[in-house]
Design a protein around this ligand. Structure first.
Ligand code: RFL
Ligand code: PHB
Length: 389
């Protein structure tokens, strides 16, 4: 088989890139390790920056997003039993949109299938070859047969556990990592959200987040210990602990119900440099991870896709390689800003096992400054809605 761009991974990065390229007449093949159903069962991001919404529109897949997505003009932050609002639109003129990653991925799969896009599911043993030369190819097994995909370029969109990053030799690749000493326990439930905007809460008992997917689907998270297991958390125990971490009036208003999904995610900051090696380009979680506190994971994947998409279009349309040659540098400049923001939000809102009483006072002072200072709010809003591409 031959294509112009071989895309490893059929998550949001790979599908969005494939769909954008298709609209410009550039052919791609997506190789996905799992099934469509499996990819869609992963409950992940909920907050989209307007940059990602614009890309979805450019890809021709935003009809449902524009109809069903909820525009949020701001967020709420709670600490010490108090809560204050922080407006994104007042400070930046830009909102964010609440629309689940599951729905966004479903829209992309539907569009790729409607356009006859080639997606190969259940691939195993993907090996990326010769991206440091002029004729790269990818080998893989599917249904017990070995296959070969020849291409001009390879986009590594295969997430944190994929093979693309590992293809870059160790003497070229440099990795930066910070592992946080806690995780997030998340619950999805068919209940009305407790508030019309998200609530990020720093409480004595640890962080909590009240988020949502729609008017009758809520997403809640609590900071948990890394040694916790999902099976040990009954729904009742989760709701009780969530209530204890919210201001009293919010806790009283919380409507609870059976969880329809419950999972624990560890928190990590990670960046690999460079994000390209010859004809291989890394996008999204394959190259970087942020703790979810700033809602930046999917959004940074989208900015990578934006840069790579434009680089490929410039090359195929005009023979201009500038965008491709500068991909890593451009993508990384924005990534490090998102890393900084996610790390600072994580530090501001969580309780750390080794935190001294002084550290706790510093957090409280930071939060009080944020509550009282329009300039501090503006900085947070600017980063939360997303820095320009
Ligand atoms: P994905 O989604 O991991 O997709 C990679 C795909 O590649 C496949 N794959 C392979 N395919 C072929 N061969 C191989 N060897 C392969 N290895 C892997 C996988 O099966 C998969 O289908 O990466 P992608 O596309 O870069 O997308 C990244 C996002 O999924 C991720 O950044 C976000 O979900 C992060 N995230 C959030 N991001 C936001 O922007 N806003 C949020 O509000 C937000 N909340 C979250 C989050 C992530 C969370 N978890 C569970 C990590 C909340 C949580 C709890
Ligand atoms: C979510 O709704 O899943 C969500 C929202 C905001 C975050 C992280 C996750 O910062």
């Amino acid at each position: 088989m031959r294509t112009q761009v071989a895309i490893i991974g059929g998550g949001p990065s790979g599908l969005l890139l494939s769909q954008l390229l298709h609209r410009k007449g550039i052919d791609s093949v997506v190789l996905e390790r799992k099934t469509r159903g499996y990819v869609l069962s992963r409950i992940r991001a909920g907050i989209l920056e307007t940059g990602l919404v614009a890309l979805m529109r450019e890809a021709g897949v935003a009809d449902r997003l524009d109809r069903e997505g909820f525009v949020h003009d701001g967020t709420h932050i709670a600490f010490d039993g108090e809560m204050f609002g922080l407006s994104f639109t007042e400070h930046t003129g830009t909102p964010v949109v609440v629309y689940g990653q599951t729905e966004l991925t479903r829209d992309l799969y539907d569009a790729r299938e409607a356009a006859g896009g080639r997606i190969v599911f259940n691939v195993e043993d993907v090996v990326i070859n010769d991206t440091d030369g002029d004729a790269p190819f990818v080998t893989y097994n599917v249904a017990g047969k070995s296959e070969r995909l020849d291409c001009d370029y390879v986009a590594g969109c295969d997430g944190f556990h994929g093979v693309s990053r590992q293809t870059i030799p160790l003497d070229i690749r440099k990795e930066y990592e910070k592992v946080y000493p806690f995780g997030w326990l998340g619950v999805l439930s068919e209940t009305p959200p407790v508030n019309d905007e998200l609530i990020y809460s720093n409480s004595r008992r640890g962080f909590a987040l009240c988020s949502m997917r729609n008017a009758n689907l809520s997403r809640y998270y609590i900071q948990c210990s890394l040694s916790d297991h999902v099976e040990d958390w009954t729904d009742q125990a989760f709701w009780d602990e969530l209530r204890r971490r919210l201001p009293a009036d919010v806790a009283d208003a919380l409507v609870t119900g059976p969880s329809i999904e419950k999972s624990i995610a560890p928190l990590r900051s990670f960046v690999t440099e460079p994000m390209q090696w010859g004809r291989l380009f890394l996008c999204g979680d394959a190259a970087h991870i942020v703790p979810p506190t700033g809602a930046k994971g999917l959004n940074t994947a989208a900015s990578d896709v934006h840069y790579l998409y434009h680089g490929l279009v410039d090359f195929y349309r005009d023979g201009d390689r500038t965008g491709l040659d500068g991909y890593s540098q451009k993508a990384l400049a924005r990534i490090w800003q998102a890393e900084r923001f996610s790390w600072s939000m994580t530090n501001l809102l969580h309780r750390f096992p080794d935190q001294s009483t002084f550290d706790v006072k510093m957090q409280a002072a930071d939060l009080a400054f944020l509550r009282d200072s329009p300039s501090a709010q503006r900085l947070l809003a600017q980063n939360y809605v997303g820095l320009p591409y």
